[in-house]
Every structure is written in structure tokens, then in C-alpha cells.
Design a protein around this ligand. Structure first.
Ligand code: IMP
Length: 424
């Protein structure tokens, strides 16, 4: 399951809804920058690391090698679940290959985030994600979960803290890093997490060989993909469909169906180009009605119309077989809705998503307007019962993106979901 926009497409709700059909749910990229909200009745669960399948006790949840893990955050999530009587000991496993986010990563994220990149701040979630992935690729100062249990961990912390002190001061950070304190803090986390930490690649491959069904839960959205997104205003992992194999260790032959998840409109948090962004009352109404404030940082999300050029691009890139359109109910009160069907650039009509940031910044969206439906759709459970305006809107999205719509979400609760015939 892949987000097709800039993240926050409400994937958590769908994963939670679909887990009963699966034996495993896998998070394979990103880290605590992700924020998945799952709502069941009156209960709201906010998860950053733990796969959204955790609420179903029959499902094994796996955090795969491609994730960067903040041990304190995951322990906090485990504690929150524990308080709600959800015990994760039997159905959560963490890869010993996953890289660990340390205080120096967060300190670096804080000092570098304020800097302007291509004339604008990236506006990261300040969770140390970029610096941790950078250390992973640079290799010399990286620590993986499995290293926490090996001799030499204390010495490794000491060496890295010394180097990070120098690097951080040169960036203007006054952050004090105490190797002893960090060592004892992370040894404590390691001890508490030890029963969950294991090799997960063979675990998943064995499960697939045995005919088990595995759901890969993407974090963020494909437009934030480090290689294929709106670089440099992206996250530091492969958040489009291409990241599934690298992050999980499961080869392409096992990927049978890709559900692409998009909101009925578009949102973005942080900096970067956003062709269909609305700076007017309509944008504010979408933000208010959709409660568009970040799960991880609480920041107001930038809101705009559905961009079919972008979603067509990310659907192809991610090998999407069917679409799930979320938050349709939010658009119900608008007199008219718009879909961006193409861009205009230097007097020419553009049907494809530009690869360069500067071109994307200069495009003007070409819109098609569809009359609104002014009907509460939150209690509707069948496609055929949707008001004709909403059906027209969805049909047009499907035509433009060239993918069938398998699922439509009309509210935050599990029950507020419409499955196309034969798509459940
Ligand atoms: P980072 O992932 O914290 O480095 O942030 C890089 C960019 O990705 C920023 O624009 C963030 O707002 C955005 N981002 C990261 N995670 C999420 C997410 O889960 N939802 C939406 N945007 C995200």
C-alpha cells in the first residue's frame, strides 16, 4: 500500500481495515517522521513506527531493515498500546538491520533544517531522519539495532560522539552530547526491546514461501521519494512503490497487487512546490473540515485540489493496480470541486510530471471544474448510492489516473469505507 501524494493519505486506516486478510504487515522505510492515525469507535491510536496491523492480534507486524528506528519513540508507542491492553510481545518484530536514530541525528536535523535549500527550508519533521539515513549510506558512523547487543557498543558511542561533537559545532549547534549518558540510555532501550529484535528478511521470505499473505505498508507518499519525488523537498527514503523490495528484503516477484492511496484533494507539509495549492478560503475550509494538521508535528498542512498529473505519475511509478480515494466527505460542502488535468509550462500543455524542481515551480495547473454534491456522504456504504456529482468526480479521477477505484473512504471510522464490487 503506497501513498501517491505528499504523505498523510490516511493509509493507516486502510491498513488496519485490511489486516484481517493478511498474516504479516511490514513497515519498510521511513521512521518516526510517519504518523499513522487509526480510529476505532471512540479510540484514536497514533502510531509512528509500529505497523498499523498491530490492533489485530492475529497479524505479525514487522519493522524491516529499511526503517530508521528511534527506540524511545517505539517504546512510548508500545507503552501506549499496553495501557489499552494491546500486548505486542507476540506480534511485533524489529529487524536487527534497521538503523538507529541517535540524539546527534536529531540535533543535526535541528540545525540544518533552518537552512535554505533551493531558496526554501525543507521543513523536516525534526526526527533526525535525513541525518540517520546519511550516516547509513556513509557507513562509518552508523549503528544498527543488532549492534546494540554486541561488545564494543560503548566504544562505538564514544568514537561517534567525539566526531559528532566536532561536526555539530561546525554547523553552529551548541548541543551537548554525553557519551556515557547516551550509552546508558540506549542500553536501557536495547534491553527492553531485545525480545522483539530479530532477523526479519528470512522471516518474511519463509512466510512467503509458506504461502502467507504479506501487506507492505508504505510511509509518507511517493512525491516525497528521495529518487523520484520533488527533490530536494523530499524525505530520505524511497517512499514510492519502488522502495518495497529494497527496504524489506523481499524481491519483486512477490509483489502481486499495489493499492495506491490518495486523498480526494491534495495536502503537503513542509516546503517545496505544490502546483494546486489553495491560498484562499477554500483551502482553509478543506484544512478545517479535513482536520489537516500534522500527526507528528501538529503543523497546519498546505491544502489544494486533486492533482491528476502527479497521481498518474506516482501510480505508474509505484505499479499501482487500484486506487483508494480517501476523505471524500471533506469535499461534500463545497459548491464546486476542481481537478488538475494537465499543467501549462512556457505556453505548452504538459501531461507529464516534470522531473526538475524549477519546472514544477513554474507550471500553472489546468483545471476541470465539477459541480459539488452538497450531500452528506459519511453514511453511504455503496458506490451506487453516492450522489451523482461525487460519482462523476471519482470517475474522472479514475479516467485521468488510468486506474480503477477500488476503495473510497467517507470518514475516519473503519465502517466509513466503500469497497467497489469485487475489490474488498
Ligand atoms: P523528514 O522526513 O523529517 O526529513 O522531512 C522531509 C519532508 O518530508 C518534509 O517536508 C516533511 O514535512 C515531509 N514528511 C516526512 N514525513 C512525512 C509524513 O509522514 N507525512 C507528510 N509529510 C512528511
Amino acid at each position: 500500500m503506497i501513498g501517491l501524494q505528499w504523505g498523510d493519505e490516511a493509509k493507516g486506516k486502510l491498513v488496519d481495515l485490511m489486516t484481517s486478510q493478511f498474516d504479516y504487515v511490514v513497515r519498510y522505510q521511513g521512521g518516526s517522521n510517519a504518523g499513522h492515525t487509526v480510529v476505532i469507535g471512540e479510540q484514536v491510536y497514533k502510531l509512528h513506527h509500529i505497523p498499523s496491523g498491530i490492533l489485530n492480534s492475529g497479524v505479525m507486524n514487522v519493522i524491516a531493515p529499511g526503517v530508521v528506528l528511534n527506540p524511545a519513540t517505539i517504546l512510548e508507542e508500545i507503552r501506549g498500546l499496553d495501557q489499552r491492553r494491546i500486548d505486542v510481545s507476540a506480534n511485533l518484530r524489529i529487524s536487527d538491520r534497521a538503523h538507529v536514530v541517535f540524539p546527534w541525528h536529531i540535533a543535526e536535523d535541528r540545525v540544518t533544517n533552518a537552512a535554505s535549500v533551493a531558496g526554501e527550508s525543507i521543513g523536516t519533521t525534526l526526527r533526525g531522519i535525513g541525518p540517520c539515513y546519511r550516516d547509513k549510506y556513509a557507513r562509518s558512523h552508523a549503528i544498527r539495532m543488532g549492534d546494540l547487543y554486541r561488545p564494543g557498543f560503548r566504544e562505538r558511542i564514544e568514537t561517534i560522539v567525539e566526531a559528532k561533537h566536532r561536526a555539530l559545532s561546525s554547523l553552529g549547534s551548541t548541543e551537548a552530547l554525553d557519551a556515557n549518558a547516551i550509552y546508558s540510555e540506549f542500553s536501557g532501550y536495547a534491553q527492553r526491546l531485545q525480545p522483539l529484535v530479530t532477523e526479519t528478511t528470512d522471516l518474511l521470505l519463509d512466510a512467503l514461501d509458506a504461502g502467507k499473505k504479506v501487506l507492505f505498508e508504505g510511509a509518507q507518499g511517493a512525491l516525497l521519494d528521495i529518487d523520484h519525488g520533488t527533490f530536494p523537498f523530499v524525505t530520505s527514503s524511497n517512499s514510492s512503490g519502488v522502495g518495497i523490495c529494497a527496504g524489506s528484503g523481499v524481491p519483486p516477484r512477490w509483489i502481486q497487487r499495489v493499492l495506491g492511496v490518495a486523498k480526494a484533494y491534495t495536502t503537503r507539509v513542509g516546503g517545496g512546490p505544490f502546483p494546486t495549492e489553495l491560498h484562499d478560503d477554500v483551502g482553509q475550509r478543506i484544512r478545517d473540515l479535513g482536520k489537516e494538521y500534522g500527526t507528528t508535528t501538529g503543523r497546519p498542512r498546505r491544502c489544494g485540489w486533486f492533482d491528476a498529473v502527479a497521481v498518474r505519475y506516482t501510480s505508474r511509478l509505484s505499479g499501482v493496480s487500484g486506487l483508494s480515494i480517501m476523505m471524500l466527505d471533506v469535499l461534500s460542502q463545497l459548491p464546486e470541486v476542481k481537478i488538475c488535468v494537465a499543467y501549462q509550462l512556457d505556453g505548452e500543455r504538459l501531461e507529464r510530471f516534470p522531473s526538475h524542481l524549477e519546472d514544477l515551480r513554474r507550471v500553472t495547473p489546468i483545471y476541470e471544474t465539477i459541480p459539488g454534491w452538497d450531500t452528506d456522504v459519511t453514511q453511504i456504504r455503496r458506490m451506487s448510492q453516492l450522489p451523482s456529482g461525487a460519482r462523476r468526480y471519482l470517475e474522472r479521477i479514475s479516467e485521468l489516473v488510468r486506474r480503477p477505484i477500488d476503495v473510497v473512504s467517507v470518514g475516519p471510522d473503519r465502517a466509513q469505507t466503500i469497497f467497489a464490487d469485487g475489490a474488498s
